[in-house]
Design a protein around this ligand. Structure first.
Ligand code: GLY
Length: 369
């Protein structure tokens, strides 16, 4: 079954098409407005799996699309790859009515989105997410970006796609780590905004791939919440900041460990656990809700991270949400109810990374959960 949600942004509104066979709807979408040239941007892994299928889908609208392939992995979110894509498009003569079709996970979506938003000051963009993380979060809402050594996603734009097509069949080739990494972003939506989704995930016997959860339902629920948040606050001046729950810590780990060493969702899971611990003292999260949220997060496997929390401190200060050097924390006062607080002492967030029994003795407080 295929379902459609709308991100309501006036003239820039767009559909998110979710379900098995969703890619079949791309042709119909393009028939209304045929692009003058198409760049299919993908990575080497996704390109080899699904590139031909997409070329087939596109053939009615553009018989000769330009295929641009970048290396798989977080390191492709770089100025080098951005330049590579833009120069390829320029050499091929892609014009303003041209289209970038981003086929892949969050890396390809963020990078190709940034290329589409800056090349010729902006051309058309369609997101075709192939990972769970990009389906539940990054393909929706218009954030684009690349990393620099000083921090993750510090260079980017807000640039909405004209459509998102999430075909759940592509999740069949996802490895377990990427599955759980995507699930962590769905858990983020559940803990901060959606008690129904939380209860659904909490009651599932097996959250793993092939474990029986209705993944289209999870994607639709997450996208519905995200679409509503983006409609209310496209440029992250208010409510959208909630979507950064767990992300201040996560981005710190990703940058400090070296991009690609830990999956984004794994880092977000670590960050959410710290934010939950802090939420008990800072905004009255009850013991019951704390334990339920932690229990759900414990079901997301995260590799051991041997790093002293102090090593991520410099990255916290450069977090995009910081105001006047003060870290802004997204916390929760109950499951489904989030709060946004300035954090006068970033040390509190860092010490919340360790379980309470392990907080004493700085020599032992590298993060291991
Ligand atoms: N991934 C968070 C946001 O789109 O705002």
């Amino acid at each position: 079954m295929i379902e459609k949600i709308r991100v309501d942004l006036g003239e820039r509104s767009y559909p998110i098409v979710v379900g098995s066979g969703a890619w079949g709807r791309i042709k119909e979408h393009l028939e209304g407005r045929t692009p003058s040239g198409t760049a299919l941007v993908t990575d080497d892994r996704v390109g080899s799996l699904y590139g031909d299928t997409l070329l087939q889908v596109l053939s009615g609208a553009d018989p000769n699309p330009l295929v641009i392939t970048v290396p798989q992995g977080e390191n492709s979110k770089s100025f080098d790859q951005l330049e590579y894509i833009c120069r390829k498009m320029a050499k091929a003569g892609i014009e303003r009515e041209g289209l970038v079709l981003a086929l892949g996970g969050g890396v390809v979506g963020d990078l190709a989105g940034l290329a589409a938003s800056t090349y010729l000051r902006g051309i058309r963009l369609i997101q075709v997410p192939t990972t769970l993380l990009s389906m539940v979060d990054s393909s929706v809402g218009g954030k684009t970006g690349i990393n620099i050594p000083e921090g993750k996603n510090l260079v980017g734009t807000f640039f909405q796609p004209e459509a998102v097509f999430a075909d759940v069949e592509s999740l069949r080739t996802l490895d377990d780590r990427d599955w759980y990494s995507g699930l962590a972003e769905a858990v983020k939506i559940a803990i901060t905004l959606d008690t129904d989704l939380f209860e659904y995930l909490e009651s599932a016997r097996d959250l793993g791939p092939g474990g029986g959860i209705d993944i289209s339902r999870v994607i639709l629920a997450a996208c519905l919440r995200k679409a509503d948040v983006v409609r209310r606050d496209e440029k992250e001046e208010g409510i959208r900041r909630v979507l950064n729950f767990g992300h201040t810590i996560a981005h710190g780990f990703e940058a400090a460990l070296g991009y690609g060493e830990i999956r984004h969702g794994e880092a977000v899971a670590l960050g959410m656990k710290a934010a939950l611990r802090l939420s008990q003292d800072a905004c009255g999260l009850s013991r019951e809700h704390f334990e339920r949220a932690m229990a759900l997060l414990e079901r997301i496997p995260v590799p051991e991270v041997n790093m002293h929390p102090k090593e991520i401190e410099p990255f916290l200060k450069r977090d995009k949400k910081s105001v006047g050097g003060t870290v802004q924390a997204v916390l929760v006062s109950a499951i489904g109810k989030s709060e946004f607080l300035p954090l006068m002492e970033p040390d509190l967030l860092l010490s919340a990374l360790a379980e309470p029994g392990k907080r004493e003795g700085r020599e032992n407080d590298s993060v291991t959960d």
